[in-house]
Structures are given as structure tokens and as C-alpha cells.
Design a protein around this ligand. Structure first.
Ligand SMILES: [Zn+2]
Ligand SMILES: [Zn+2]
Length: 185
């Protein structure tokens, strides 16, 4: 799918994020989607204000801005504002797995040793398959930092991969907490 940025050719298309019209001549983001009403192969665009796309279609807009370098030019001030909005949207998204955080409650059990993870304790969150009757869903599993490496190695990961991922994905832990984390993992 090739998304585009272009000047609105008319003022008729509404923004799919905020539902307000996009003014003629204003730069807009076109999200390429399959046309459900065509027999196949055909695509159509869903239009968004650039600022709306920064929040709602962050990854798509970022890739399109990178691929579009210059054509048509997004003015520097607007570009800077979009970068700010995209960074804001990134910060709101949950960090990718695995990452470390502090247990907000004392309810979760460690998937390694089976013991409860105390409230406020450092923990490693990872994505695991959860069986619900006949279906398998993706959900979060939690581990004590000291139980994490063994669990990852059992599942084909390496200690280095785990620490690398934790370093990249973890937000909201202080430097001291990060140090403690890596002394235990
Ligand atoms: Zn909008
Ligand atoms: Zn444990």
C-alpha cells in the first residue's frame, strides 16, 4: 500500500479522523485502502488532515513523510509540529514487548516461578499465548526479572536478546531502577 501526501484537489473530502472538512489546497494524508465496492485490485484513499494523521496513523504518516521527502514539500514549521505530534502519539502507545515496568498491583503471578509479583516490584512484561477454551489469544505475561532469562531461554530466546529488548522497549524506569533490573535479569 502506498499512502500519499498531496494538496487537496477540492474542499469536499472530509477527514476520517476528526470528520471535519479538509480545505482545498491544504496538504492532506491519503491512506490507501482496498476499495470494498470494487471487484479486486482497486484501491481508494481515506483522507486525513496531516495533524490528525500524526495521532491516528502515526506509523503510516512517518513512513510516508520519509518516502516523500520533498514532494510536495511540507513546510518546515508544519513538519516540526507533525514530528512533535507523532512523538506524543508514540509516548501514549504501550511499549512493545518485552519491556520492564513496576507492578501496579500485587495480583499478577510470575509465569516462571508461580509466585506473586509484589506491588511496586520490577517485572518483565512479555507477550504470551493465553488459551481461552478453544481459542488462543495474545496477552501479557509477567516475570520476576530473576526468572525472566530462564523463561526466555526455554522459549528459544537468548539472554542477550532479552536484555537488548528490555533496554530498547522499557520506558518510565529511572536509571537506578534500570541498573537494578539488569543486575537481576
Ligand atoms: Zn482531521
Ligand atoms: Zn518468578
Amino acid at each position: 500500500m502506498a499512502h500519499i501526501i498531496e494538496e487537496a484537489k477540492s474542499g469536499r473530502a472530509g477527514c476520517r479522523t476528526c470528520r471535519k472538512p479538509i480545505a482545498k489546497g491544504e496538504l492532506r494524508f491519503g491512506e490507501e485502502v482496498e476499495n470494498q465496492f470494487a471487484d479486486g485490485g482497486e484501491t481508494t484513499y481515506r483522507w486525513h488532515h496531516l495533524a490528525c494523521a500524526a495521532g491516528a496513523k502515526t506509523d503510516e504518516l512517518r513512513a510516508t513523510l520519509a518516502a516523500h521527502e520533498g514532494a510536495p514539500p511540507v513546510p518546515d514549521a508544519q513538519r516540526a509540529e507533525l514530528e512533535r505530534l507523532m512523538a506524543e502519539a508514540d509516548a501514549k502507545k504501550p511499549p512493545p514487548y518485552p519491556h520492564a515496568d513496576k507492578a501496579p498491583s500485587g495480583r499478577a503471578k510470575c509465569q516462571g516461578c508461580g509466585e506473586t509479583i509484589a506491588k511496586g516490584e520490577l517485572r518483565v512484561a512479555y507477550e504470551r499465548d493465553i488459551e481461552r477454551g478453544m481459542t488462543v489469544m495474545k496477552g501479557a505475561g509477567y516475570l520476576h526479572p530473576k526468572c525472566a532469562a530462564a523463561h526466555f531461554e526455554e522459549n528459544g530466546g537468548t539472554h542477550a536478546e532479552l536484555t537488548e529488548a528490555l533496554r530498547t522497549n522499557t520506558r518510565d524506569l529511572s536509571e537506578q531502577e534500570m541498573e537494578r533490573l539488569f543486575s537481576e535479569v
